[in-house]
Design a protein around this ligand. Structure first.
Ligand SMILES: NC(=O)c1ccc[n+]([C@@H]2O[C@H](COP(=O)([O-])OP(=O)(O)OC[C@H]3O[C@@H](n4cnc5c(N)ncnc54)[C@H](OP(=O)(O)O)[C@@H]3O)[C@@H](O)[C@H]2O)c1
Length: 488
């Protein structure tokens, strides 16, 4: 009669992290304490169905097992013993993982059937149930807890992984929102220095609109996928990647687009680990915009108590963060918005005075409020507000041309600036997070500012990845406040 052993447990790690270890048929000598040494015979890959692992146990036994099935969608594998010095006969085992509904934990089911010599049924059942399965649960738990810290340069490479299916938004022709079309795709295993991320939320930025319209074709050659930031979970990492493990929650912002996708490979220098308190959609909503507010205030605008700042689109994604942070650092902030509802929100986030205008007429209001104008203007409006911005600028003021929601700005003549002894900047956020350390430092300041109340969580409007076109329509309609994210 066949014996049956069934055991299950919950592992406090996301399914991708647990599966990355278990799908490697030759990983058990790294995490299971009873296994001494293991190798795959014949030089086959350890995820190749049919491969045989030959391993010794610490008690001196020797076993050969064959991988019978491996299913990356169901997170399930089956294997059998083909030869062993332990008297387990016709042993067939199945490992199945399921995500626990909160998404961060994993249900692990391990079962087997086998025959035994007469009289050894109970002894061998106990050996498999406790010595192999229950001990294995504990050992893998410990392995995962230590893993992220122990993985150092030169350590064993991660298991060879298969291409992963994904959905991605593709622009085949430049144009209106309708050119954003979701398609099936495939993402290869991460190359050296890359991290493959299961992206659950992608930030929508006004910059994505410029790309979609074809204003910067060199950055989005056709067909191309827009999107500069996202958050999710590490699936696996390429050679040379340190400090990140499968299952780690991360966010990324990349100088090249491609973020509107459910799975993506990203160079590790553009990836930051997320604190547990920051959800994926919050990270995708805040990373690029928060980093922008950080460099504008600390580096480019060198904010000082009492400095007079003019922030356009003050109820928008960047605008709300900038107003709140500038105010906390002691600046005085005037904002422009296009509706009374937006004005209310901008005031709640730190604007001391809000000018409501739909036709870029604000210079008079700014000068009335600030006296001779603004010391710093953060201008995401572009061409339609050109004259008004110069008019609103105080002597020796700094005009930061951040974006061009109303159209690309005309060139600035130095002869114009001399009239106010003004300075003019045209910055790009990615230049301010050029290294992994710099990105981590700025991102941490954003999360800290959120945690200590400096930044109030802005409204986040969510759309599915499939509905990227709708998200762009909404952003361009001037009706949104705060940030928009796509979720997959
Ligand atoms: N250079 C950088 O490093 C960097 C980084 C991030 C963002 N940016 C720029 O910062 C600006 C804000 O970006 P965001 O992603 O946070 O977008 P957003 O502010 O949430 O949305 C754009 C806002 O611009 C205003 N707007 C004015 N004229 C518009 C027009 N003709 N069409 C559409 N909107 C118009 C609207 O606010 P009202 O209706 O209230 O006027 C709209 O809500 C953009 O210009 C973006 O390119 C630059």
């Amino acid at each position: 009669m066949l014996q049956k052993v069934v055991r299950s447990t919950i592992i406090d790690a996301p399914i991708e992290r647990v599966w990355a270890v278990l799908r490697d048929f030759n990983s058990h000598d790294q995490w299971h304490a009873v296994v001494d040494q293991s190798r795959i015979e014949g030089g086959q890959a350890s995820s190749q169905v049919g491969c045989v692992r030959a391993f010794s146990l610490k008690d001196g036994h020797f076993i050969r097992e064959q991988l019978l099935t491996l299913d990356d969608v169901q997170h399930k594998s089956t294997y059998c013993i083909v030869e062993a010095t332990v008297p387990l006969q016709r042993y067939v085992a199945t490992v199945t993982l399921k995500p626990v509904t909160d998404g961060r934990r994993t249900f692990w089911h391990w079962e087997s059937t086998f025959a035994t010599p007469p009289g050894q049924e109970r002894e061998l059942r106990d050996m498999v149930a406790q010595g192999v399965y229950e001990a294995g649960f504990e050992n893998l738990r410990r392995h995962l807890q230590q893993g992220a810290d122990l993985r150092a340069p030169g350590s064993a490479p991660m298991p060879t992984a298969l291409p992963q299916p994904c959905r991605r938004v593709v622009v085949s022709n430049y144009g209106g929102p309708a050119v954003l079309v979701a398609q099936d795709g495939e993402v290869p295993a991460p190359g050296p220095g890359q991290v493959r991320i299961r992206q659950r939320a992608m930030g929508v930025n006004y910059f994505d609109v410029y790309l979609r319209r074809g204003w910067i074709p060199a950055l989005l050659p056709l067909p191309g996928t827009p999107g500069m930031e996202a958050a999710g979970t590490v699936l696996d990492v390429g050679d040379g990647v340190t400090g990140l493990m499968p299952g780690d929650r991360v966010a990324c912002m990349t100088p090249a687009p491609g973020a509107y996708a459910s799975v993506r490979n990203v160079a590790v220098e553009h990836v930051v680990r997320l604190p547990a308190a920051v959800d994926d959609d919050v990270a995708a909503a805040l990373l690029l915009k928060g980093v922008t507010a950080d460099y504008l205030l600390r580096d480019l605008g060198r904010v000082q108590p009492g400095a007079r700042w003019l922030v356009h689109a003050a109820a928008g994604g960047v605008g709300l963060l900038l107003c709140a942070w500038a105010r906390r650092l002691g600046a005085r902030v005037v904002g422009t918005v296009s509706s009374e509802d937006k004005a209310r929100l901008a005031r709640e986030h730190g604007c001391e005075h809000v000018i409501v205008t739909t036709d870029y007429r604000f210079a008079q209001g700014v000068r009335q409020h600030f006296g001779d104008g603004a010391d710093v203007i953060v201008d995401g409006l572009g061409d339609a507000a050109f004259e008004e911005n110069f008019e609103a600028l105080a002597p020796c003021g700094h005009w930061i041309s951040l974006g061009q929601a109303s159209g690309p700005p005309r060139p600035v003549d130095p002869g114009l600036l001399v009239h106010k002894s003004a300075t003019f900047s045209r910055p790009v956020a990615f230049a301010y997070v050029a290294t992994r350390a710099r990105l981590a430092e700025r991102a941490q300041r954003v999360w800290d500012a959120l945690a200590d109340g400096t930044l109030k969580l802005p409204p986040i409007e969510r759309h599915s990845l499939e509905a990227a076109a709708r998200a762009h329509e909404r952003l361009e309609s001037r009706k949104t406040t705060g940030a928009l994210v796509l979720v997959a």
